[in-house]
Structures are given as C-alpha cells and as structure tokens.
Design a protein around this ligand. Sequence first.
Ligand code: ZN
Ligand code: ZN
Length: 324
Amino acid sequence: MQITFWGVRGSLPRPLPPWEMRERQLMLLHEIRLHGLPEEADEERYLDQLQPQLQRLVGGNTSCVEVSVGNQTLIFDAGSGIRILGHRLMQGPCGQGQGHLRIFLSHTHWDHIQGYPYFPPIYVPGNRIEIFSGFPNVRQRLEQQQLQDFFPIPVSAFSAEVLYRSLPPGKILELPESEGFPPGTRILVKELNHPGGAYAYRLESQGKSMVYASDAQFSGMDTASLEQYYDFFHSVDVLILDAHFNFRESLIHRDWGHSSALVGVNMAEQSKAKKLLLYHHAPGYSDQMLYELTEEARAYKRMYFAASDLEIDLATEGLTLSLP
Ligand SMILES: [Zn+2]
Ligand SMILES: [Zn+2]
C-alpha cells in the first residue's frame, strides 16, 4: 500500500503568499550563513538535511489522497489536488482510455469536489471511473456543481464511463482480486460528525490499514459515541485525520465540524493507531504555523502518552508513505 497526498488544505485552496516565500528565502540564507555553501555535487544532500519547514512546502491544494494497492489506484476526495494527480495518471493507462479508477468522496463540500471537473481522465473515452459515497444522491450533487450558473462545462461533456456507487455505513466493499487487488482488500465506512454529514473510509489490505477521516468533529461527544470511532480507527497503521484548527480556534468554532491536532492525538492514542497524519489545514494557517502545531502535538503526546510509540506527522503535498 502506498499513500500519496495531492491536496492537504481545507476549505479553500491556499497558494503560498509572496511574503511567506520571502521568509523562506531569508531562512535559507540564514542556514547557508551558519553551515556554508555546499559543493555542487552535495546540493541534494544539503537540502535533505535542512529543517522540515525548508524541505517540504505544505502545499495549497484542497483534499485529495491517492492510495495504490496492488496495481490499482484508489482516490479519496476530489479537491483541487485531484487535478495534478489526474495529469500524472494520464501518463499511464488513463491516457490510453484503459484506466479504471475508484474515487471515494468524504462529502460534497466544495473543498472535496472542486477539482472534479478538472480531472483529465474523466474526458478520455474508454476510462471507467467509479464514484463511491455514503450519500445516495451524489450524482445529482456533482451534476449541480457543473450547472451553467457555476461552471461552463456540464457533466455531459465527460467521455469516460462514470458510475455512481452508494456505500452506506455498515456496508463492506470487497475489492476484486480479478482486477489486481491483493486478496482480502476491503473498505469499511463510518459516518462522521460534520455539518451536512461526511464519511470516513478504512482500507485494509495485506495486513496493513489506513483510515481517511477528513472533516470530523469529536469534541462534545459522549463516551459511547467516541468508542465507535476508537473501534473504527483501531490499530490502524496510518490515520489521516482532520486537524483543521489549532486548539484555541477549535473551542471558538465549536460547531463547525472540525478537529485540532491535540484532539487528533487523543483519538489516535485511544484507538492505538500507529501513525497520525494531521490533515485538512485551515487556509489561514501559514506553513510555519502548521509545523509549530505539529511540534506542539508531539510535545503533548510526550507529556500525556509518554509510553506510546505513536508517530505524528504533518500531511504535506507530495508526501508519500509506503506500507510494505
Ligand atoms: Zn473540508
Ligand atoms: Zn466539510
């Protein structure tokens, strides 16, 4: 199983502002002054040793995660990040009209579907694209996004075969071995607490697992409700979780349906998850703020869950995790 992040922001795409670019340049100059200029042959190694903020841009695209299993591609959400993923997929079978993709939508708030009309494989005859969702009317919702009042091209312009599949909570989707999935690969669904509803997906394959749980509020829940999520996330290898707000703002915006990194640590610890990826970052937060929030979450974990081996990382665009 291989997981790649193509969009990690929530609410709205967030291009890097010029003044933040300037700050990064100044930080890099500071590093060079401290450690000297590398030889030309050492440039890549030099960059790999810099602090994470200077190595990895968080990225500005909204929600989209690609998971490769066997020789198949699964996609979680169709935020603006799906556009670049689509261009990448066009270099393979999708470019020849021989692609078969499965897209799992958490819900249809803009930041999770705004990249859908810009997904190149959907305009290639012969490709087959299945859209899975817990909502029975997801087809209608996606068609509405492309009505002429909002978008110039209707869904009737799609040349690929697009199939809409209902995947309600409780139903288990077994992914077919005949198409290249390892035996026993399956997806489970769970409803999340979010205005208008949203769904989390748990993918299991070859003894490894990941959960995609974007747009979820856990604060204010009773113990019995929380335990349902501990069960759903239980012992998962990679937990991709809504960490939209910092802790203070999560208290101010109590009913906006989002979480914070600290709540994420609690959820991951209670579920015995192995790795927590902080995801769906608020558009108002700079890269620097997000790296600081990640450090704060690690410090919180060390203080309150000292014996745990939970790893915590920031989901950034282009980050790939391999679960061998
Ligand atoms: Zn969202
Ligand atoms: Zn939402």
